[in-house]
Design a protein around this ligand. Structure first.
Ligand SMILES: Cc1ncc(C[n+]2csc(CCOP(=O)(O)OP(=O)(O)O)c2C)c(N)n1
Ligand SMILES: [Mg+2]
Length: 342
C-alpha cells in the first residue's frame, strides 16, 4: 500500500490503559448505533441511484468510529458542525432518522424542510449547527460558535469536523490563529481519509503530517487512529476534557478511510485514483466488522444477537424511507422562506 508514513495498526484490541473505558452496555449500544448509521447510508446510496435522492450525496462509510467516538462524550451545552459528509454526525447526535431521510429525499418533513439536502443538514435541537458544502468554511463558522460559547460562558465546547482538503483553505488558518489567540473552546478534527476527491494528500499538502500543520497556532495538536472505536473514545474523552477545563483549542488529525467513492455520483470511483487492493487492505480496519468480532470474542453478543440487531437496523431504515417517500414536497411558495432569520 502506498501510504508512505501512515501505519495501519492492529484492529480493535481493548485498551491497555485508557482515559475512558466504556461499559459492556455502552459498547453494545455504540455498536447498534454504528450498524444503524451504516445501514442508513447503504440505503441512501441505493435511493440516490433510484433518483429518490437528488442533488449530491457523500457517504461516511468507513469513518463512523470517528463521529461516534467524539459525539459520545458531549453534553447538552456542546455544539457540532461538520462538512458535507454529515449524516453520521446527526444520527450519532440522535436526530430523528425519519427527518434526516426526508431531508435527503427533499421532502417538507425533512430537518430543513427539504431545502438543505444531504450537504446542508441542520438540527438545532440536537446541537448540530450545520453541514457545509464549501470546503473549509466550517472552520470559520465553528470558530464563531466557540467564540459565542466563551463569550456567553456556557461551558460548552465545539466539535468542528472537516476533511484533509480543507487544510489548504486560507480560512482554516485564519480560524486556527484567532482561536489560538482568543483561547476558544473548539476542537478542530481533520478527517484525513487520504484523499480530497481523487487527489491524495501527498499531492495537495506540502507537509503530509496534518497534525504538524495544525500545531503552530499555540494550542495542542495530535494525530489519532480514527478507525478504532475504543481508541477514538479514549482520545476524544481526554481531548474534550482538556478543552473544557483549560479553555483552549485542540487540533486533531484522525487517520481514517472511506470505503466508498467521494460522492455517490462518482461511478468511476474507486478504480480511477486508488487501487482495489488499497481499499481491500483498509477494509481489514473496518470499524463495524472489527467491533462485531470484538463483541463475539468478548461474548458480549452471539451470532443470533448480531443477526437480530441487523434486522432491527434495516427495518428502522426502511421505516424512515417509507416516511420520506410518503411525505409531501415543500410547497413552491416556501422557496424564499427560511433563507434569512425573520
Ligand atoms: C472551496 C471549495 N473548493 C472546491 C470544492 C469542490 N469539492 C467538493 S468536495 C472536495 C474535496 C474535499 O476533500 P476533503 O476535504 O478531503 O473531504 P472528504 O471529501 O475527503 O471528506 C472538493 C474539492 C468545494 N466544495 N469547495
Ligand atoms: Mg479527504
Amino acid at each position: 500500500m502506498k501510504t508512505g508514513k501512515r501505519t495501519q495498526t492492529a484492529t480493535n484490541s481493548k485498551p491497555k490503559s485508557r482515559a475512558y473505558t466504556p461499559s459492556s452496555k455502552e459498547i453494545v449500544a455504540l455498536y447498534q448505533q454504528m450498524l444503524f448509521i451504516r445501514r442508513f447510508e447503504e440505503h441512501c446510496d441505493k435511493a440516490f441511484r433510484q433518483d429518490k435522492i437528488g442533488g449530491y450525496l457523500h457517504l461516511y462509510i468507513g469513518q463512523e468510529a470517528l463521529a461516534l467516538g467524539f459525539i459520545h462524550h458531549l453534553r447538552p451545552e456542546d455544539r457540532v458542525l461538520g462538512h458535507y459528509r454529515d449524516h453520521a454526525y446527526l444520527l450519532a447526535l440522535g436526530s430523528d432518522p425519519n427527518a434526516v431521510m426526508a431531508e435527503l429525499y427533499g421532502k417538507v418533513t425533512g430537518l430543513c424542510r427539504g431545502k438543505g439536502g444531504s450537504m446542508h443538514m441542520y438540527d438545532k435541537a440536537r446541537n448540530f449547527l450545520g453541514g457545509y458544502g464549501i470546503v473549509g468554511d466550517v472552520t470559520g463558522i465553528g470558530t464563531g460558535v466557540a467564540f459565542a460559547q466563551k463569550y456567553q460562558e456556557t461551558g460548552g465546547v465545539t466539535l468542528c469536523f472537516f476533511g484533509d482538503g480543507a487544510m489548504n483553505a486560507g480560512l482554516l488558518h485564519e480560524s486556527l490563529n484567532i482561536a489560538g489567540l482568543w483561547k476558544l473552546p473548539v476542537i478542530y478534527i481533520v478527517e484525513n481519509n487520504k484523499y480530497a476527491m481523487g487527489t491524495p494528500v501527498e499531492l495537495h499538502s506540502a507537509v503530509t503530517n496534518l497534525a504538524q500543520r495544525g500545531s503552530v497556532y499555540g494550542f495542542p495538536s495530535k494525530q489519532i487512529d480514527g478507525m478504532d472505536l475504543f481508541t477514538v473514545l479514549d482520545e476524544a474523552k481526554a481531548i474534550i476534557d482538556h478543552v473544557r477545563e483549560h479553555q483552549e483549542p485542540y487540533f486533531v488529525e484522525a487517520i481514517t478511510y472511506r470505503f466508498v467513492g467521494h460522492g455517490a455520483a462518482d461511478i468511476t470511483d474507486p478504480g480511477s485514483y486508488r487501487t482495489r487492493e488499497e481499499v481491500e487492505q483498509w477494509r481489514t480496519r473496518d470499524p463495524l466488522t472489527n467491533l462485531q468480532a470484538y463483541l463475539l470474542k468478548e461474548q458480549l453478543a452471539t451470532e443470533a444477537d448480531l443477526k437480530h440487531w441487523d434486522e432491527q437496523a434495516r427495518e428502522r431504515v426502511a421505516q424512515a424511507a417509507r416516511f420520506a417517500d410518503e411525505s409531501p414536497d415543500p410547497d413552491p411558495s416556501e422557496l424564499y422562506k427560511h433563507v434569512l432569520v425573520e
